[in-house]
Design a protein around this ligand. Structure first.
Ligand code: TUI
Length: 313
């Protein structure tokens, strides 16, 4: 029997966690995912604390269910975001793009559950010792900033190495992926790209259209030479970036080329902006309410797992 400790850990109905997508994961999406029985999160990205606090307050007007904050650890505002999470009594954070170790004691003392995204087994083991409540193992199929391992090989290794529950991320956009993740040893899934095409995601409609049109060859990884690999949908910016990398342009110049470009895409400049999305974009074919996406994924997963599905999953 497959079990999930994630639903009881987080007080949610289904073990479906929304990905922390900077700019895209606002109060509207977070509330819609939580209302649908998953765990919605507001992505702090590189936004100042005041914005994060406003979003938390807005989400509270849209849902009475638990929701979290995704903390992007490379943000210049990370210290104030952590402080606001504590002050606002947010029950859970997920973290990305770094090691949340130095914030662990403050967060644990305040009763905030911490679920870091990891892309390597060694980091996951260190973070388990530091007291995290679960980990999100993210394969390189994911969108945005990624590691090098695939979901298929990372998840069983994490499940073997850790006592805390593992949530699978990267490439999961339907009930088949969800069922596969459970068979690999995960106890929950994190879904990002599919929720870009949630009705409640406030990103520009041209960004959503690009995800809907994506096929198996639509994403590329930029930034391999800078040490910050980022998976995006192929467009003019991505082609220019890859050409510059091939010419040996310096990491500092490349970083400058990418700066502010996610915001541009968010506002609809999908040729010169950075349209971050995972390989699972090829699996996303319709816009639907977040609750419907969750219900469909859970329904298919339940059918596929048959007797292996348990009531607490
Ligand atoms: O964080 C993400 N995805 C992101 S963050 C982001 S903003 C950004 N843009 C350009 C460059 C850098 C960031 C866009 N997409 N996903 C979770 C994730 N976390 N992926 C990889 C990691 C990660 C990387 C290193 C987690 C831990 C880590 O630890 C390094 C260490 O300190 O040991």
């Amino acid at each position: 029997m497959i079990k999930s400790r994630i639903t009881s850990l987080l007080g949610i109905k289904y073990p479906v966690i929304q990905g922390g997508m900077a700019w895209l994961a606002t109060a509207e999406l977070a509330a819609a995912v939580s209302n649908g029985g998953g765990l919605g999160l507001i992505a702090a990205g590189s936004a100042p604390g005041t914005w994060v606090r406003e979003q938390i307050q807005k989400a509270r007007t849209l849902t009475s269910k638990p929701f979290g904050v995704n903390v992007m650890l490379l943000s210049p505002y990370v210290d104030e975001v952590i402080q606001i999470v504590i002050e606002e009594k947010i029950p859970v954070i997920t973290t990305g793009a770094g090691n949340p170790g130095k914030y662990m004691s403050a967060l644990k003392d305040a009763g905030v559950k911490v679920i870091p995204v990891v892309n390597a087994v060694s980091l996951a083991k260190r973070l388990e010792k530091a007291g995290v409540d679960a980990v999100i193992g993210e394969g390189m199929e994911a969108g945005g900033h990624i590691g090098t391992e695939t979901t298929m090989v990372l998840i069983p290794q994490l499940a073997d190495a850790l006592q805390v529950p593992v949530i699978a991320a990267g490439g999961i956009a339907d009930g088949r992926g969800m069922a596969a993740a459970f068979l690999l040893g995960a106890e929950g899934v994190q879904v990002g790209t599919r929720f870009i095409c949630a009705e409640e995601c406030i990103v520009h409609e041209d960004y959503k259209k690009m995800v809907l049109k994506a096929t198996d060859r639509s994403t590329v990884i930029t930034g391999q030479s800078t040490g910050h690999p980022v998976r995006v949908l192929k467009n003019k910016l991505a082609r220019q970036f890859l050409a510059a990398e091939a010419e040996g342009v310096s990491p500092a110049e490349l970083e400058a080329m990418g700066a502010g470009k996610l915001a541009a895409a968010f506002h609809g400049d999908v040729e010169e902006g950075s349209v971050m999305a995972g390989q699972a974009a090829a699996l996303v074919n319709r816009i639907a309410p977040a609750a419907e996406i969750i219900a469909e994924m859970v329904g298919t997963c339940r059918e596929l797992l048959g007797d292996r599905w348990t009531a607490d999953l």
